[in-house]
Design a protein around this ligand. Structure first.
Ligand code: PMV
Length: 317
């Protein structure tokens, strides 16, 4: 039996975070320079069904039977075994690696889950469809993140830019002109669960006001879809700025994010906004290609702990 690999990229949200939890659309793209991989190798001459799980990044080397029920890696392996219910499970070892920053709004949890399901289902001789992998990853996201919208598992599974709306069929984005972006991390980690909860508290206090804000964000996302497709930089800049203002109204921006957004603008970015849950985490800046290095340097000088350029183009693999 050969060694089998499964892989999934990181992701970043361009427009529509938070409002997406309330049924509005959002746009997210895969970040292909970082990814999670799972490698399954049979273990010979040992009892059937023995499963060894290794994740060197987090110092994990355990038998599956010893992993707690709520361990995310164990959950992905068990879900795949349940889905396929093989008549005979050979003993195997699964090695998981990822260079996607953790708790940084880049979908690392979903990518690890997808890589595991992909590798293990192929190893067991029943590679699952992307639709099914994404559904399974969504269930596992729920275990760990409360009420996810489903955007992470969708983007990392399909590896395509998506216009995502809860309970709607997946719509990919058609891109006629590439756009260049820079992701920058404040280094401050705030769990998405916390910011989603804070927005929920605001909403519960005044549902009509916040419904209106979510609807405004939804309108931005609809227009942004066309502007992205056409590569219309000035218009995209205006939309980023507007979306950021609504995120300020939702109280999920903070001084560290604002500082990076300003630094990006001052260094020649078209515009920038926070990306993901907020109160720390990342910003995303749209840049004219010739300004990308300058913007990256300015962001590092302004305190970003990591910058990552990425290009949104049609032929994303
Ligand atoms: O922090 P991230 O990139 O995982 O994104 C969170 C996005 C939210 O809209 C705030 C929550 C969600 O589940 O969509």
């Amino acid at each position: 039996m050969p060694v089998i690999f499964g892989k999934a990229p990181g992701k970043i949200i361009l427009f529509g975070e938070h409002a997406v939890v309330y049924g509005q659309p959002a746009i997210a793209i895969p970040v292909l320079d970082v990814n999670a991989t799972a490698r399954v190798t049979p273990i010979l001459n040992t009892e059937a069904g023995k499963v060894r799980v290794q994740a060197s990044d987090i110092g994990l080397d355990e038998l599956l039977k010893d992993l707690p029920e709520d361990d995310p890696l164990g959950a992905a392996i068990r879900a795949t075994l349940n889905e396929i219910t093989p008549t005979h499970t050979p003993a195997f070892e699964i090695q998981i690696d990822s260079n996607i920053p953790i708790s940084a709004g880049m979908g690392s949890g979903a990518a690890v889950t997808v890589a595991i399901i992909r590798a293990l289902s192929a190893f067991l001789g029943r590679p699952l469809s992307n639709e099914r992998i994404s559904e399974m990853a969504f269930e596992i996201e729920k275990l760990h993140h409360g009420t996810p919208s489903g955007i992470d598992n969708t983007v990392v599974t399909f590896q395509k830019p998506v216009f995502f709306q809860r309970d709607e069929p997946i719509r990919t984005l058609s891109i006629s002109r590439p756009t260049h972006w820079v992701i920058a991390d404040t280094g401050k980690q705030t769990p998405t669960r916390e910011t989603v909860g804070a927005v929920r508290a605001l909403y519960d206090g005044s549902p009509e006001t916040y419904e209106e804000i979510f609807a405004e964000i939804g309108s931005i996302v609809h227009v942004a879809r066309q502007a992205l497709s056409a590569g219309d930089l000035p218009f995209l800049g205006q939309l980023l700025e507007k979306n950021q203002q609504f995120l300020q109204d939702l109280q999920v921006s903070d001084p560290a994010l604002e500082k990076l957004i300003k630094a990006a603008r001052d260094a020649g970015a078209v515009d920038a906004k926070l990306s993901g849950g907020g109160r720390g985490g990342n910003i995303i800046a749209l840049v004219p290609p010739e300004r990308s290095s300058q913007v990256q340097e300015a962001l590092l000088e302004a305190g970003a702990v990591r910058v990552m350029p990425t290009i949104l183009r049609e032929t994303i693999a």
